[in-house]
Ligand binder design. Structure first.
Ligand code: BG6
Length: 466
């Protein structure tokens, strides 16, 4: 790895900041939803809003040279008229300045799911006006922090928050509608392209990309019907985000199939399509947790279930997309308590495919394992995380050896934080946060291991062929 390779951790505003109603911040859709339902929420989370200096110091001491975090839209823009909150901007100036002082490259996500509730109340991502509001917000922050930031990304994981919010219904606004899913996805792609347009119009320094929940698709065999199912699955999982953001092309066979199945695409008007066609990213951020193994569709209605129970095989995750494909589990693979397959080879395969297809610089913007951990000890001996990270960094290094231009690796997450519907007990951090005892921070064994890896420029990783 060369000296400019970025090594760090990643977080998201709602998942770590807390301070949910401080310094004039307004409600996000997650504040409103979780408060209304009385569910575990991010009101305090890791209290990063007040402890960011300590957290950045630990990143520095851990040898990291970059930090991926998101800006909170409802902290910065107070209403649908677009009023800017100076206190919100000040917080991020302070945070960014602290990063720069410590030699940590800030890697910024503009949107990581915390839509202001005043926009959700007007239809959220179903409403074309939200795209204009996003462009305004993106323009404000890009101009405000111009010159301090080299790497901007517009959206974190469009697929994940759109499918969960509009089809699976485990995220706000808890809908179950294919039509709303497609329309929401369209508006997010459009808003993304509008932000890229604003970035170019304003002559903002640095580079702009998008972060995708990348899940490379494998088939159970190579029969023609399986290959067809794989193409449908790849469109569903990846291509609609990646093809569109990199080339301005929404996969035509996917649009044809959606129309044939009765989805109304009349909202895709020519003027907006033109914005999408004209505004492409400079790099890709890929979050990798697992691949998707598929077989041809056989029967049943479309069923999407995410395991938020934390009991292996109980909340059984399932994906069947009627007339498209069915996801299957590999009996020979290992799975986490949340039914996520541990499959580092998928990262190698995915990097090779993304490189062949898009030829753009790639950052692995998230990778990590969620576990139950006892954090009352001095140092959590998280050998499972070390082994997981070792095998995934090894996969990246193998892909780089084979020519893929990977520029950085961000562990999810820098420290323990609130894991959406899984609460705080699903821990991903390199640093333990004791949520029960004053939120004190203690580095885990993986933090020290990661430091060694960084200092050795990757030499410390146990290499193997995949
Ligand atoms: C990604 C998100 O989907 O994965 C994060 O960008 C999220 O926000 C992470 O926390 C892990 O998922 P989960 O559901 O286990 O928290």
């Amino acid at each position: 790895m060369n000296n400019s390779f970025l090594w760090g951790g990643a977080t998201a505003s709602y998942q770590c900041e807390g301070a949910w109603n401080e310094d004039d911040k307004v409600d996000s859709m997650w504040d409103a939803y979780l408060h209304e339902k009385g569910l575990e929420n991010g009101d305090v989370a890791s209290d990063f809003y007040h402890r960011y200096k300590e957290d950045i110091r630990m990143m520095k001491e851990g040898g990291q040279n970059s930090f991926r975090f998101s800006l909170s839209w409802p902290r910065i823009i107070l209403d649908k008229e677009g009023t800017v909150n100076p206190k919100g901007l000040q917080f991020y100036h302070d945070l960014i300045d602290e990063c720069l002082r410590q030699g940590i490259e800030p890697f910024v996500t503009i949107y990581h799911w915390d839509l202001p509730q005043y926009l959700e109340a007007e239809g959220g991502w179903q409403n074309r006006a939200t795209c204009d509001a996003f462009m305004h917000y993106a323009r404000v922050v890009m101009k405000e922090f111009d010159g301090k930031i080299t790497y901007w990304t517009t959206f974190n994981e469009p697929r994940w928050f759109i499918f969960n919010g509009y089809f699976i219904g485990n995220y706000p606004p808890e809908c179950h509608s294919a039509q709303m899913t497609i329309k929401g996805a369209w508006h997010v792609l459009l808003a993304h392209a509008m932000a890229v347009q604003a970035f170019r119009e304003e002559g903002i320094q640095g580079k702009i990309g998008i972060v995708h929940s990348y899940t490379p698709v494998d088939g159970v065999d190579d029969r023609p019907e399986t290959l067809k199912a794989m193409r449908y699955a790849d469109n569903y999982c990846n291509n609609w985000v990646l093809d569109t953001a990199t080339k301005g092309e929404i996969p035509q066979d996917m649009l044809d199939k959606l129309s044939a199945e009765g989805i109304d695409l009349s909202f895709m008007n020519e003027a907006d399509l033109q914005i999408i066609r004209n505004n492409h990213v400079d790099f890709l951020g890929l979050n990798y947790y697992s691949r998707t193994l598929v077989k041809p569709y056989t029967e049943g209605e479309t069923t999407l279930i995410v395991n938020n129970t934390g009991k292996k095989g109980k909340g059984t995750s399932k994906t069947i997309v009627k007339n498209w494909f069915e996801q299957v589990q590999d009996p020979d693979s290992e799975y986490t308590e949340w039914d996520t397959e541990i499959y580092p080879k998928g990262l190698y395969d995915g990097l090779i495919r993304a490189w062949e297809r898009y030829h753009l610089p790639i950052f692995i913007t998230e990778n990590g394992i969620g576990c139950y951990e006892d954090v009352s000890v001095d140092c959590v001996q998280d050998d499972w995380r070390i082994s997981y990270m070792n095998d995934h960094i090894n996969a990246i290094m193998n892909a780089m050896d084979d020519g893929v231009d990977v520029r950085g690796y961000f562990a999810w997450s820098s420290f323990d934080l609130y894991s959406w519907k899984n609460g705080c007990e699903k821990r991903y951090g390199l640093v333990a946060v004791d949520f029960e005892n004053g939120l004190c921070r203690r580095p885990k064994k993986s933090y020290y291991w990661f430091k060694d890896v960084i200092e050795s420029k990757g030499e410390r990783v146990e290499r193997r062929k995949l």
